[in-house]
Design a binder for this molecule. Structure first.
Ligand code: C2E
Ligand code: CA
Ligand code: CA
Length: 561
């Protein structure tokens, strides 16, 4: 099969630099059998060509005595050029002294004029080229011990060398395993390693026709350079299928980010950075397994970098605002204020108001969420205390706890400290954890939730019905409140199926003996329907949007009348 990969197959380009035409012709004749030959008639012309269209030269054959710029001058200029200094040079001379001088300057070898032994010349060229390519590679010729794929350094070096001699169009692919850290955490490193091997093998198997080279970079990230393919969908589907079928302790799901047909002069690392941006973008999005990099993504990634950079300032300057949205108990005739949910907003000094949907998923993907959540918890707790002091009335507030927070071993201590600092009881600061977090990491989450409950915290399962928890799992979950996912409320009046699901979920809650909070309730008729079905608590625009603390006080005051 005609594969792109073989480094031995293509003709390398060599440059002959000599001011005498007869010498150029003779040497050219010899070398043309093995190489593509480029000519320059002095050092200056060679220098210009190397910086211009002749970027992929494997060897220079250099005469020393030439007008304009002689061979010595060219060698020392090349030595100062980071990119060009790695091109090996063979000096062509008839003087012993010049040989020594040029080797000292950095030439790799020499050929003596006149050129009467073509085989010797060819052999020397071949040896020098091989040696030079190997030394660049040798520095990084390690294979990844776990998967047997190449290492990142080798991978990039290989691509640079292969591309210098090849022109077909290629794509950069980045693969990442969803929630790989959980595999390690739950099943141990050995299982983790075997998952990596399985992924590496599957990638090679499915992409083998098109793959040029692949490597593993960080723990669970794989890079693949492929000959261009328009549509990767069937390949990715095949990969998922193979990984899904493999029996084992956990399901493996891969995400792919792809940067297609990059310009040849674009740095290899940059192409893979872009593919990675595309890949990161669909992290946590269960509906997508492939993302292609495009300009919109580029703009978005710039925006994201900005947000990441500004987090510390935002905390220091109190640009993060905590809003409160009331939850009402509707079991009696007049709705009664039951609690509130704390929701963050970012009042950015230059970018304006940013909604959490634009930065929470981003901060979840890089761990910054812990800082931000901690800030929200503190602010919410201190607000509860202020209201207690002002009204002698306790409004319980739920805060959102991200799935990332769950893995923080100091979570419990952090929350305890916040309570103590504000003289609050654990029942006053409730914790909302999204259902999909349970599905991702059932064991850890169950343990953490259990111990939080043991110390008095109330756990609300957020967005219930959006995740993947099985009925079997639900019955064993340690929760105190079930929050119905907003989309059921939205669709309830439009389709019968959603209505049936709401009924079912309310039944499940009854079985578990926990109350149901319906959020996103905007109309009276939604409220009535939910009430008829037995839902006890309502949150939504029908009562109020999330509002700043001072505006929230109207709800407290109304309650106290
Ligand atoms: P969530 O926890 O499910 O919060 C409910 C979202 O629904 C809020 O959006 C709220 O403003 C919105 N909402 C409430 N009532 C209605 C309604 O009647 N109609 C409609 N259309 N929407 C309504 P928001 O504030 O934009 O927050 C979005 C998500 O961001 C939250 O979803 C939560 O997952 C996350 N989030 C917000 N604040 C925090 C935080 O402090 N920490 C963490 N980790 N996540 C947060
Ligand atoms: Ca929530
Ligand atoms: Ca929710």
């Amino acid at each position: 099969m005609d594969r792109f990969i073989s480094a031995d197959e293509y003709k390398r380009r060599v440059m002959i630099i000599d001011d005498e035409e007869i010498n150029r012709l003779m040497l050219g004749n010899i070398l043309e059998t093995e190489y593509e030959v480029v000519f320059a008639k002095d050092g200056q012309e060679a220098w210009d060509l190397l910086h211009g269209e002749e970027k992929d030269i494997s060897l220079l054959l250099l005469d020393l005595l030439m007008p304009v710029m002689n061979g010595f001058e060219l060698i020392s200029k090349l030595n100062e050029d980071d990119e060009l200094k790695s091109i090996p040079v063979i000096v062509m001379t008839s003087e012993k002294e010049a040989e020594v001088k040029s080797i000292k300057l950095g030439a790799s070898d020499f050929i003596t004029k006149p050129y009467d032994m073509p085989e010797v010349i060819l052999a020397r060229c071949e040896r020098i080229i091989k040696l030079s390519e190997e030394t660049t590679l040798i520095h990084s010729t390690e294979k990844d011990a776990v998967t047997g794929l190449f290492t990142r350094d080798y991978f990039f070096e290989y691509i640079r060398q292969i591309e210098a001699h090849h022109n077909s169009s290629v794509d950069a692919l980045v693969f990442n395993i969803d929630h790989f850290h959980l595999v390690n955490e739950m099943y141990g490193r050995k299982t983790g390693d075997s998952v990596l091997v399985r992924v590496a093998n599957t990638l090679e198997e499915v992409l083998k026709e098109k793959e040029i080279i692949s490597c593993r970079t960080e723990a669970d990230t794989f890079y693949v350079l492929c000959e261009h393919i328009d549509d990767y969908t069937p390949f990715i589907a095949k990969i998922q299928e193979l990984l899904g079928n493999a029996s084992g302790s956990s399901k493996i799901r891969l995400r792919a980010g792809i940067y297609q047909e990059a310009a040849k002069d674009m740095e290899v690392e940059l192409r893979f950075d872009r593919a990675k941006i595309a890949c990161d973008r669909i992290r946590g999005d269960y509906s997508r397994t492939v993302a292609y990099y495009n300009n919109e993504l580029y703009q978005k990634s710039i925006y994201h970098e900005r947000l990441i950079r500004d987090v510390d300032d935002a905390i220091a300057n109190e640009d993060f605002k905590v809003f409160f949205q009331p939850k009402y108990d509707i079991t009696s005739d007049t709705p009664k204020l039951r609690s509130a949910e704390a929701l963050i907003r970012w009042q950015h000094p230059e970018l304006g108001m940013i909604s959490p949907g634009d930065f929470i998923p981003l901060f979840e993907s890089n761990g910054l969420i812990q800082k931000v959540d901690n800030y929200v918890w503190k602010t919410a707790a201190s607000q509860i205390r202020k209201w207690k002091e002002k009204y002698n009335y306790s409004v319980a507030v739920s805060v959102n706890v991200s799935r990332i927070d769950i893995f923080d071993p100091t979570l419990q201590d952090k929350l305890r400290t916040i309570l103590e600092e504000n003289g609050l009881d654990a029942s006053e600061l409730m914790l909302e954890i999204t259902e999909s977090a349970y599905a991702d990491s059932a064991n850890t989450l169950t343990e953490v939730a259990e111990s939080l409950r043991a110390s008095g915290f109330k756990i609300e399962m957020d967005d219930f019905g959006s995740g993947y928890s099985s009925l079997n799992m639900i019955t064993t979950l340690p929760i105190d409140v079930l929050k119905l996912d907003m989309k059921f409320v939205r669709n309830m009046e439009k389709d019968e199926k959603s209505l049936k699901l709401v009924e079912l979920i309310i039944d499940i809650a009854k079985f578990l003996d926990v109350p149901v909070v319906a959020e996103g309730v905007e109309t009276k008729s939604q409220l009535d329907t939910l009430k008829d079905l037995g839902c006890q608590v309502i949150q939504g625009y029908y009562f109020s949007k999330p509002v700043p603390a001072d505006e929230f006080e109207q709800f407290i005051e109304k309650e106290l009348k």
